[in-house]
Ligand binder design. Structure first.
Ligand SMILES: Cc1ncc(C[n+]2csc(CCOP(=O)(O)OP(=O)(O)O)c2C)c(N)n1
Ligand code: SF4
Ligand SMILES: [Mg+2]
Length: 248
């Protein structure tokens, strides 16, 4: 029997199912999880995004949004949130955008306790521009600029942005999820929900990192992507809430 489409499975806030992401890319799964939570909470957030493969998802979403220079989304979000304190504000950045090119912006926004929710889609490469190493590329990971694997002696050590942010007083919530399995997606949705709820309550800076697959940048086949994420990234960074107020 030939396969047939039984439903589009498209979140209402996504305007089209069409996209140019590679087969097996994790960004679409991660963004769908975010949009589902936004819709479930009935929020109308403003979205500030950086530059990366995920940008096309932002353009395709039924949200007021603005694309920012690399790394600057938390700074732009600061201005918008201070002008519109009742409006939920979300930033969306990649690891190259946030951790390599604009690290200070997210650290300062967290230190100031800006009442925004910053999302990081971390695939360990500058996916959009060809798959070079970023500040989060794990030791041993092959990228276009570390063909023999990241070597700490030559390339330095990866930055664990979640652990860094969790130490900052203005950060109210810091968590790391992933999209390599349905169970991980469900856990990640819970994290995004908590971050947004805490933002609405005015708790302070909230942050969710989502580990996402980039089979193209990792030199692995599409089906190998989720396994590679688990072995290479999850083993190094770990998954869970790194900082959270007690659940009421
Ligand atoms: C100041 C500046 N430097 C470089 C670029 C080119 N650039 C566009 S997207 C991108 C890669 C971003 O990587 P990441 O944030 O990890 O997102 P991904 O594509 O992996 O999702 C780069 C380097 C740019 N647009 N602006
Ligand atoms: S290069 Fe990587 S991040 Fe970009 S669309 Fe392809 S799989 Fe996704
Ligand atoms: Mg990336």
């Amino acid at each position: 029997m030939s396969p047939r489409l039984i439903s589009e499975f498209k979140p209402n806030l996504l305007q089209s199912s069409e996209h140019d992401l590679c087969p097996g890319c994790g960004h679409g799964i991660a963004w769908r999880a975010v949009l589902d939570v936004v819709a479930e909470l009935g929020l109308k957030p403003i979205l500030l995004a950086g530059h990366g493969c995920y940008t096309q998802l932002m353009i395709n979403s039924d949200l007021d949004s603005l694309q920012c220079l690399h790394g600057r989304a938390p700074a732009a979000a600061t201005g918008i949130k201070r002008m519109l304190p009742q409006t939920p504000v979300i930033t969306l950045q990649g690891d190259g955008d946030m951790v390599s090119e604009g690290l200070h912006e997210v650290l300062h926004a967290a230190s100031r306790g800006e009442k925004i929710t910053s999302l990081l889609f971390n695939n360990g490469v500058f996916g959009d521009t060809g798959g070079h190493m970023t500040a989060t590329t794990v030791v041993g990971q092959r990228t276009k600029t570390s063909l023999d694997g990241r070597d700490p002696d030559e390339h330095g050590h990866p930055i664990d942005i979640g652990r860094l942010l969790a130490q900052i007083d203005g950060a109210a919530y810091v968590a790391r999820g992933a999209v390599n399995s349905p169970a991980m997606v469900a856990r990640t949705k819970h994290m995004v929900r908590r971050a947004l709820e805490l933002q609405v309550q005015g708790a302070g800076f909230t942050f969710v990192e989502v580990l996402t697959m980039c089979p193209t940048g990792w030199f692995v086949s599409t089906p190998e992507g989720p396994g590679y994420l688990k072995e290479a990234m999850m083993e190094n960074f770990g998954i869970g809430e790194l900082k959270a107020p007690a659940e009421s």
